[in-house]
Write a protein that binds this ligand. Structure first.
Ligand code: PBG
Length: 331
């Protein structure tokens, strides 16, 4: 340093606290931990089968036997919870999604097997008709419209059958009006007052779900989901949806997708004392993997930075296909 330097007279020099790594660790505000992670997994019929999802490198649909191994792996890495999504054979799909409440259906068998083999794993199940719907919609279709109240009746049956099979938490992702209240009532009437509801409260009509729909072969056969999922341009409406779900009995509220909706996560966190979840969805996963495969980004750093931003915005829980990878990095 030259002796002629005129030092600035600064009372505050924020760089003082960035000088060493121990100082940086001491003033760190947000810490991502394995306890924040929920691992979404795809299950399909068959034995000893696994298929990589082309738009989601390193993510597979597993037959139940192999899924149990994958979940045991996740448990060994310290992951507390999985969210279950089924690939339903076309011949079992119909307009009313009746397979969704078959007591011997794929989801129900999978829940039972996980609870038997890995009882400490929290099992979260998706409540919505799209994987079971011949139209790929989240509700019953009539004259090109998605029926609300008729669909809610089916969702209640679906949620009860998942609870019966042993689900810890049911997660309605369908965006029908009144479904959280109806499911709460249905669960309570059936004696499942301890089964929680993780409500996809602010779920947007998003193009980021594309790879997920490849995974489940559940893309809508006509139209889109804009009459039930939210307009990405809206923020106050997210608060309205959250308020309704809380009033109807939600235990945890969710924002989905996550990365393009960090402001929504932040607003909802200020609004409620319930835990807030964020879904780092399939398209967000695909973009990171694709850029990493090209060698254009540092994959690990981008993953950690992205998930940390969701936590910083206010997410208490993050559903992410990176769960196992992150759990390993955090070791
Ligand atoms: C279905 C559902 C979807 C996702 C989770 N549950 C797709 C959709 O609404 O079309 C998307 C998850 C992801 O993209 O990772 N109700």
């Amino acid at each position: 340093m030259s002796s002629t330097t005129e030092y600035l007279s600064l009372l505050h020099r924020p760089r003082r606290l960035r000088r060493t790594s121990s100082l940086r660790r001491m003033v760190r505000e947000t810490q991502l931990t394995v306890n924040d992670l929920i691992y979404p997994v795809f299950v399909m019929e068959g034995e000893n089968q696994q298929e990589e999802i082309p738009s989601m490198p390193e993510i597979y649909r597993y037959s139940l036997d192999l899924l149990l191994k994958e979940i045991a792996d996740a448990a060994n890495l310290g992951i507390n919870a999985v969210a279950l999504f089924p690939l339903i054979p076309t011949e079992k799909k119909d307009n009313a999604g009746t397979e969704s409440y078959n007591p011997d259906g794929l989801v129900q068998r999978t829940i039972k097997a996980i609870k038997q083999e890995i009882p400490e794993m929290t099992v979260i199940t998706d409540v919505a008709l799209d994987p079971f719907s011949s139209y790929g919609h989240d509700g019953i279709v009539k004259d090109g419209k998605i029926l609300n109240d008729e669909t809610v009746e089916v969702l209640v049956k679906q949620a009860i059958s998942q609870a019966e099979a042993g689900a810890d938490i049911v997660a309605p992702s369908d965006m029908m009006d009144g479904r959280v209240g109806a499911i709460r009532q249905g669960l309570d009437d059936a004696g499942y007052f301890d089964v929680g509801i993780l409500a996809y409260s602010a779920k947007y009509a998003s193009a980021y779900y594309g790879p997920f729909r490849d995974a489940l072969e559940s893309a809508p056969q006509f139209g889109d989901k804009q009459t039930y999922q939210m307009n990405p341009a809206n923020s106050r409406e997210a608060i309205k949806e959250v308020a309704l779900d809380i009033a109807e009995g939600a235990d945890i509220v969710m924002v989905k997708p996550a990365l393009a909706y960090l402001d929504i996560i932040g607003r909802i966190k200020e609004y409620t004392n319930l835990p807030v979840a964020a879904y780092n969805v399939s398209g967000e996963y695909a973009m990171v993997k694709a850029a990493a495969q090209q060698g254009w980004i540092d994959e690990k750093q981008v993953i950690l930075e992205t998930l940390t931003s969701m936590k910083r915005a206010g997410a208490d829980l993050i559903l992410t296909y990176f769960a196992k990878q992150v759990a390993l990095m955090l070791r």
